[in-house]
Design a protein around this ligand. Structure first.
Ligand SMILES: Cc1ncc(C[n+]2csc(CCOP(=O)(O)OP(=O)(O)O)c2C)c(N)n1
Length: 382
């Protein structure tokens, strides 16, 4: 067990919980503000950059799909790539369990969920693992232990704690990862889940993707607390504050916290300070400038996490040339187009699937409803 986790820097990495300022390795200008750990070679940084850029372009293409009316809901994560890709690289994909929230498709991609599955889900096609029964953009991926998403804010927090408690009782070396936005931290479920995790020393890594807006409510309207991570203290767990647009910082803090949780020390909270540069979802009046200024958005566009890695690579003498970047973007666009065609070709699920996959023996009232629908369909066909 590590001693004094609430005040001391963590011995292996020297990373300190409860800092006043977000922990940062790479400044907004792309220059390191402290020594980069040896693992961040130019090759590694290029790999991370490619994952981030793929997610960014996935967002752009899916917005087009939405505008074409081929899906009905989408919530972009543009601007938050360092947080989600960094988190994916802090845990063990397919081993640890993830209770995500609805903006986490970049996390899913980075954990290795095939793009085909994500696109199938958004389209509700036959190839969708949920077979069109979940709201669009509410993914689940069995192989990656990525639990189905709830639209209801903070709903995932108590069951994430429960999963972590089970992992503890079973004595596995898995941990649970639970993500949420800043708005979720005002919900009763959030406090119940955090409290229980602390009391039970459950191996749960809580990650707040603080993008500073909950639809039209900003952080200061959300809480009188000076920040989110400080709330961890009340639940007896360390709280880390990290620059969520700096992938090196997210990975260093994320890995420190995850391994500390895995070592049996109990839960931890990581707050990633980032920004949602796009609209909340397609059901949002962001473009009409009702709740935030264009200047604020511009300011954060200037802190782009993908560009930060490009600037760092340039500084290290390994720049991504503009032609190479353009080719990477075209390749993602082609990949999306191909997966859309493949998913659409599987067709839409039949109404009969409503009655499948839940009951081994269908109860009488559902058998009756199925028979009624069948009769109606047959009547229409005559
Ligand atoms: C229990 C509940 N209350 C309200 C809503 C409506 N709602 C949908 S998204 C959202 C904002 C959540 O903001 P945050 O947790 O910060 O995540 P973000 O969308 O900013 O990533 C709200 C209030 C909901 N889905 N569930």
């Amino acid at each position: 067990m590590t001693t004094s986790p609430l005040v001391e820097p963590f011995p292996e990495t020297g990373i300190q919980p409860f800092t006043k300022e977000p922990i940062r390795y790479v400044g907004e200008d792309g220059l390191p503000v402290q020594n980069l750990p040896a693992a961040y070679t130019p090759e590694r940084l290029r790999e991370l950059h490619a994952v981030m850029l793929r997610a960014r372009e996935f967002d752009r293409k899916l917005i087009t799909l939405l505008r074409q009316g081929r899906t009905t809901f989408y919530a972009q994560s543009s601007g938050m790539e360092a947080t989600q890709v960094g988190l994916a690289h802090s845990i063990r994909p397919g081993h640890d369990w993830v209770w995500p929230y609805y903006r986490d498709h970049t996390l899913a991609l980075a954990l290795g969920v095939p793009m085909f599955e994500l696109i199938s889900q958004v389209l509700g096609s036959n190839s969708d693992p949920s077979r069109g029964r979940q709201m669009p953009h509410h993914f689940a991926a069995r192989k990656q232990h990525f639990v189905s998403i709830s639209s209801s804010i903070a709903n995932q927090v108590p069951p994430a704690t429960g999963t972590a408690m089970a992992q503890k009782y079973l004595g596995t070396d898995e941990i649970t990862v639970c993500t949420f936005g800043d708005g979720a931290t005002s919900e009763g479920d959030w406090h119940a889940g955090m409290n229980m995790a602390g009391a039970m020393a459950a191996p749960c890594l809580f990650v707040c993707e603080n993008n500073q807006w909950a639809i039209s409510t900003n952080l200061s309207g959300q809480t009188a607390s000076e920040n989110i991570h400080i709330k961890a203290k009340a639940y007896g767990m360390p709280g880390f504050y990290v620059d969520g647009n700096d992938i090196v910082a997210v990975m260093e803090v994320g890995r420190t916290a995850a391994e500390w949780v895995r070592a049996g020390n109990g839960p931890a909270l990581v707050e990633c300070l980032t920004y949602r540069v796009g609209s909340h979802s397609n059901a949002d009046a962001d473009a009409e400038k009702h709740y935030r200024t264009r200047e604020e958005v511009q300011e954060w566009l200037g802190r782009d996490p993908v560009v930060r890695v490009e600037k760092l690579l340039e500084h290290l003498g390994h720049p991504i040339e503009s032609e190479e970047r353009a080719n990477m973007i075209s390749a993602v666009h082609r990949e999306v187009d191909e997966q859309v065609i493949r998913a659409e070709a599987t067709g839409q699920p039949d109404w009969r699937i409503m009655f499948e996959d839940v009951y081994a023996d269908l109860p009488a009232h559902l058998r009756e409803e199925a028979a009624m629908l069948r009769a109606e369909q047959e009547g229409e066909r005559k």
